[in-house]
Design a binder for this molecule. Structure first.
Ligand SMILES: *[C@@H]1O[C@H](CO)[C@@H](O)[C@H](O)[C@H]1NC(C)=O
Ligand SMILES: *[C@@H]1O[C@H](CO)[C@@H](O)[C@H](O)[C@H]1NC(C)=O
Ligand SMILES: *[C@@H]1O[C@H](CO)[C@@H](O)[C@H](O)[C@H]1NC(C)=O
Ligand SMILES: *[C@@H]1O[C@H](CO)[C@@H](O)[C@H](O)[C@H]1NC(C)=O
Ligand SMILES: *[C@@H]1O[C@H](CO)[C@@H](O)[C@H](O)[C@H]1NC(C)=O
Length: 371
């Protein structure tokens, strides 16, 4: 009792003081925390995204896939909407939902929903942190890296196909799925180009000239290569800086992935060809340099005969007068699974006349095996 009466005033005073201290402490801590949150939010919006685009903050750790349902990730690089969504809708209807995933990089703020696409496969599949892309500049490869990074989040994604908004599939889903999954290699068009001088000596400290490669940007890669591209902090900054200094003629997307994989000594894990068919038109007068442009398929030149005549099953190297037939696992296969560039009208004709994915007619083009 005495102890209690003796201690009581002191302890009571102490408790009140302690309570105040606690209140003040909590107040200060909460203020600091909310300040930190605001700062972090600001930081993540203003700092992290451009940095992650630059490659400094993306890091994907490899993980072994143990499931039995490897997915193909279809990565669409779009300017705005996907005008050929009706073709893809038909294509995906022939698929098993568990066998694929879709990601779209479009301009910031563009949302794929009932109003902007006719296909439910694209609803809400746009990246929420997309960037402004200027075609042919390094922002293009930054967008490709964002797409790969997003798709790597899903561990069942094992093949990653990059497609443009004017691409169409040439076969039904099952065929394309088996083709991609059964190849243990990436499909990356990659060759040494001696005539064109896009390589700059400024890059030589990082990129040896003998590793410099050129090729189509439309790639299909296996998971380990997708991880390597997303984690790359060496080659991407060099190409970006070089593109800034040499604005007129850089086009880093035609060099980046092929050069990176070559530098890492992965040529044996690549089929050095693209799966996306393009018809090239060489134009240019005597005074201008010759330039190559992809031919756009329009309603007039996209009938069944036109498409079949293009011999989509082999690669014709016009400049080398050489025709190459394609193989996968030493078996002859068609060289191309996709084609560009198609207008809406051309794609409509393709769907209505050439019957993509019908059970009667599995492929768009008749493929004659080559012996
Ligand atoms: C973007 O955000 C929306 C809404 O939160 C979400 O439904 C969608 O899946 C996100 N996109 C991707 C590719 O994750
Ligand atoms: C889906 O994936 C499974 C397992 O890889 C495969 O057996 C099946 O044929 C695929 N289905 C389609 C429609 O591609
Ligand atoms: C190399 O870099 C320097 C400055 O860093 C720049 O002035 C020059 O134009 C560059 N050269 C080429 C060929 O890009
Ligand atoms: C090829 O390019 C030239 C000049 O740009 C053009 O006049 C011609 O129509 C093009 N051909 C095709 C098949 O697109
Ligand atoms: C595919 O369809 C076309 C006409 O639509 C037909 O001529 C052709 O024989 C068919 N091919 C096969 C393999 O059924």
């Amino acid at each position: 009792m005495t102890r209690k009466s003796q201690l009581h005033p002191v302890s009571r005073h102490g408790v009140v003081w302690l309570q105040w201290k606690l209140v003040i402490f909590l107040y200060v801590a909460l203020s600091l925390l909310s300040l930190l949150c605001i700062h972090l939010q600001y930081y993540s919006v203003t700092m992290l995204e451009p940095l992650s685009v630059a490659g400094s903050h993306i890091h994907i750790r490899p993980r072994q896939y143990s499931g039995d349902r490897p997915k193909v990730a279809f990565l669409f690089l779009a300017r705005r909407d996907l005008p050929l969504d009706f073709v893809w809708d038909r294509f995906f209807k022939g698929a098993d939902q568990a066998n694929f995933s879709v990601y779209i990089h479009s301009r910031p703020g563009f949302v794929f929903n009932e109003e902007t696409t006719r296909s439910q496969y694209f609803y809400n599949r746009q990246l929420n942190h997309s960037i402004k892309v200027i075609w042919g500049e390094s922002s293009m490869i930054a967008a490709e890296r964002l797409l790969l990074a997003a798709a790597l989040d899903d561990h069942s994604n094992q093949r990653f196909v990059l497609l443009s908004d004017s691409c169409v599939p040439l076969y039904d889903f099952g065929y394309i799925y088996r083709y991609l999954i059964s190849s243990p290699r990436s499909f990356v068009d990659s060759f040494i180009h001696t005539k064109e001088r896009r390589y700059s000596m400024n890059m030589s400290s990082v990129i040896p000239e003998e590793k410099w490669r050129k090729g189509s940007q439309w790639i299909s890669v296996i998971r380990s290569h997708a991880e390597l591209i997303v984690n790359d902090r060496i080659v991407f900054p060099v190409l970006r800086n070089s593109a800034r200094q040499n604005l007129r003629n850089c086009i880093p997307d035609e060099h980046y992935i092929q050069t990176l994989l070559t530098m890492r000594g992965l040529e044996s894990e690549m089929e050095p060809r693209t799966l996306t068919y393009t018809v090239w038109n060489v134009s240019g007068t005597k005074h201008e340099a010759k330039s190559w442009h992809p031919v756009t398929f329009t309603f007039g030149n996209s009938g069944p005969e036109d498409i079949q005549e293009k011999s989509i099953n082999h690669v014709n190297y016009v400049s080398e007068s050489r025709i190459e037939w394609c193989k996968a696992d030493s078996k002859p296969v068609p060289c191309f699974l996709f084609a560009r560039k198609f207008t809406k009208e051309a794609a409509m004709r393709l769907v209505s006349e050439v019957l993509i994915g019908s059970s009667k007619n599995r492929s768009l083009i008749s493929y004659n095996r080559v012996s």
